[in-house]
Design a protein around this ligand. Structure first.
Ligand code: T46
Length: 318
């Protein structure tokens, strides 16, 4: 996934989301009557607007996915407002997160902003859940009056903020666990101007002896794998190259984490449903496992998994 400046050829795919209720229902303003000329006029204006930055989010193949913007860039106050929109066929594939992270980095690193704000209509639960899941929130009282004022016609918007210096990419990592699976730092030794070396030792750095190592490579972007749990197998998963989203579910929660740092891994030692989404082509998923390959250890049926972990957690509470 990539971003680039807006281009006039974006008008047609833009019209796609402008006429898509699944996207526009969550936005303020009415777009149902927008025409190709409106989209072209917007692109023309957006490229020239002062105090605004707009970027197109595109696939590695160059297909237009959506748009991310910084508006009301206030240099003296070092504040700006963020907006993002993604075509519905790209929902749940990591593009929104990519757009948000890229634009926040741009705001803090290139434009020297201090705070970036955005608000979501309360009925847009999908977007609210998305930002909360990534660790963002903000009490209403933290929002500067001038920014709130611009949204006074909206009913009780839910506010979010990112502050310069926030480790927003790793907010979830700082939680320490995903669906009960610990997120672990893998020992890593930097060598001056020659990269870094990471290592872990079975039984010492991870709570099991390693009987098997496997890795998954050459996966195109957007592909999902996994969709199973293990009864007994314990594993450490890490991504030495690229970016992979790991979706984990235990008896009570379903959570996700992005693996992109070679010195971060996720330890799965309890029966946990897993799905892996390749956010970047050619990313590599490496796994150190506590046992030899055994097809009988897999639970590949989701309903069976839910029954299996429900029984397990009932036993633990008895
Ligand atoms: C897991 C996630 C993270 C073997 O023959 N030996 C092996 O050690 C493994 C791991 C797989 N295989 C065979 C079984 C299938 O015919 O390789 C084929 C692909 O395996 P699968 O569809 O299970 O791959 P993923 O990516 O869905 O899941 C894998 C692991 O299997 C699983 O244990 O936790 O990665």
């Amino acid at each position: 996934m990539q971003w680039r400046d807006l281009d006039k050829t974006d008008a047609r795919p833009m019209l796609d989301w402008l006429s898509d209720e699944a996207v526009t229902a969550g936005l303020s303003g009415s777009y149902t009557t927008a025409t190709l000329q409106d989209a072209e006029a917007f692109l023309c204006q957006a490229r020239e607007a002062a105090a605004e930055v707009h970027k197109a989010i595109v696939t590695d193949e160059g297909e237009y996915v959506g748009m991310v913007s910084l508006r009301h860039i206030n240099e003296p106050e070092e504040t700006a407002e963020l907006a993002i929109v993604v075509r519905s066929e790209f929902f749940g594939r990591g593009y929104a997160w990519f757009g948000v992270v890229s634009m926040l980095k741009y705001a803090f690193e290139q434009l020297d902003m201090h705070s970036v704000y955005w608000c979501i209509k309360p009925e847009n639960q999908r977007a609210i859940h998305f930002f909360e899941k990534h660790g963002f929130n903000s009490p209403d009282s933290d929002i500067p009056a001038i920014i709130k004022q611009r949204h006074c016609s909206e009913n009780d918007p839910v506010w979010f903020v990112a502050i310069r210096g926030d480790d927003f990419e790793n907010k979830l990592l700082s939680k320490g666990a995903v669906a009960g699976c610990p997120i672990v730092r893998i020992k890593t030794i930097p060598t001056v101007e020659a990269g870094e070396l990471s290592f872990f030792e079975g039984g010492k750095d991870i709570p099991f002896d390693i009987k098997r190592i496997y890795y998954i490579s050459k996966v195109p972007e957007g592909i999902r794998r996994g969709f199973h749990a293990h009864r007994n197998l314990k594993q450490l998963l890490f991504c030495p190259y690229g970016k992979i989203q790991l979706i984990l579910e235990n008896a009570s929660v379903r959570e996700e984490v992005e693996l992109s740092d070679p010195s971060v891994g996720v330890l799965i030692t309890e029966p946990t449903w897993r799905e892996m989404l390749w956010l970047q082509k050619d990313s590599v998923l490496c796994v150190a496992a506590s046992d030899y390959y055994d097809p009988a250890d897999y639970i590949r049926d989701y309903a069976e998994f839910k029954g299996y972990v429900a029984k397990d957690s009932k036993q633990q509470t008895l």
